[in-house]
Write a protein that binds this ligand. Structure first.
Ligand code: PLP
Length: 395
């Protein structure tokens, strides 16, 4: 498998992704593009199964390699990583470990993905009280808004790193500090960030961080993970569990519950082996390029895109301040389904949430992609909502 050069972004990496020869791919917030390396990894899994039958030793070794790769991406240790099949499974396992008796409150920002909100509200059956933190008039959710509702009865504060709906970046370090000042824990769902930017949960001080491989880690569905800070794992007892979370999975004991000492206690059943092969391949592309180089590359493309959208008079929902956004730029449409259809016909792959078009940049995108989508949007300008104060449109 040829390695990409460190810092290889843009034109230097595009050859790995066949779809980029045909399309303007701006959909990494939904599904990362398929690489030759990920395709080869699936083939390797099938070949091994076909030639050798159940390769259990190899499969478990691959799962541990995946744990180590997730750890490297977050400057963490493998003992701080649980492997799951989705973010939903990770969040449900984390929340299942919270004693809600003395601390029944769960605080969630309004930009959480539905799964976080739904899992929080499911805890109402266990006596939880869920409090939402609403955005300010400029669309941001400043840490002070969390400060108003996090109290000594709060068990958990959930804040997403990048909003999947608007592209806002939250100050998760400041929110974690607020949670800790009241004795609460902090979970940062970072699915829209991992692989696209530098993230160090240890430095930021968050207790839990979740993500998966579908988006900027360039693999496919069925693999997620949770970071659980240092010593914290061994003090939490998840009631959502499984035999791969046991201290000794080969003991095959049905008489007791003895979870692993590390974050592996938040694993569950048989690991999702094919997805792990793909996940290792996708994450290796990100690791080789390096998250700092990727973040810098994305920042220059989002700046170019936002400038271009401003020139079109479009209503950009994502903040103009570069430090308050990540790889996702959202722009309001008057008819987002019609706009997506028009973009698809122009060879642009994007996605939408609510009335916003979502344009996601990754290390394989270039200035040509930005100019391609801007030209397409200029042609379909009538489907873009106008920014306040933008000149009136002539047809
Ligand atoms: C921020 C965020 N969290 C969670 C999810 C859902 O993750 P999963 O389907 O792995 O539970 C998504 C998927 O789009 C997401 O964008």
């Amino acid at each position: 498998m040829p390695r990409a050069a460190p810092g290889a972004v843009g034109a230097a990496i595009r050859g790995e992704f066949p779809i980029l020869a045909e399309k303007t791919y701006l959909n990494s917030c939904s599904q990362g593009a398929l690489s030759q390396r990920v395709r080869a990894a699936y083939e390797e899994y099938l070949r091994g199964w076909d030639q050798n039958g159940a390769e259990w030793g190899r499969w478990v070794e691959r799962a541990e390699a995946m744990r180590a790769s997730f750890a490297r991406l977050l400057h963490a240790t493998p003992d701080e990583i649980a492997i799951t099949t989705s973010v939903s499974q990770a969040v449900a396992a984390l929340v299942s470990a919270l004693p809600l008796g003395e601390r029944p409150r769960i605080v969630i920002g309004d930009y959480e993905f539905p799964t976080v909100g739904q899992i929080a509200h499911a805890q109402e059956l266990r006596g939880a009280e869920v409090v939402h933190v609403r955005p300010a008039s400029d669309g941001s959710i400043p840490p002070e808004r969390f400060d108003e509702v996090v109290d000594e009865r709060t068990a958990l504060v959930c804040c997403t790193t990048i909003s999947y709906r608007t592209g806002h970046r939250q100050d998760i370090g400041a929110i974690a500090a607020i949670a800790h000042s009241r004795g609460a824990l902090c979970l940062a769902d970072s699915y829209q960030a991992v692989g696209a930017m530098e993230l160090d949960p240890g430095k930021l001080g968050v207790d839990f961080l979740t993500s998966g491989t579908v988006k900027y880690l360039l693999a496919s569905a069925g693999l997620g993970f949770a970071y659980i800070r240092g010593e914290l794992a061994s003090s939490l007892l998840p009631t959502q569990t499984g035999w791969f979370a046991d201290e000794d999975i080969f003991k095959m004991d049905i008489e007791d519950y003895s979870p692993a000492f590390s974050a592996r206690r938040f694993d569950s059943g048989t690991p999702p082996v094919p997805n792990i092969y793909a996940g290792l391949a996708g994450a290796s592309l990100v690791e080789e390029a390096g998250t700092s180089a990727i973040e810098d590359h994305i920042a220059s493309l989002t700046a170019e895109l936002v400038d271009g959208l401003d020139s079109l008079g479009a209503m950009v929902v994502t903040p103009h301040d570069p430090s308050a956004r990540g790889p996702l730029v959202c722009v309001r449409s008057t008819d987002v389904d019609a706009l997506l259809t028009a973009l698809t016909a122009d060879g642009v792959i994007a996605s939408s949430r609510a009335q916003s078009l979502r344009l996601a940049l990754h290390f394989y995108n270039t200035s040509d992609d930005v100019q391609a989508v801007l030209s397409s949007l200029a042609r379909h300008r009538h489907l873009l909502a106008a920014a306040p104060g933008a000149p009136a449109r002539v047809a």
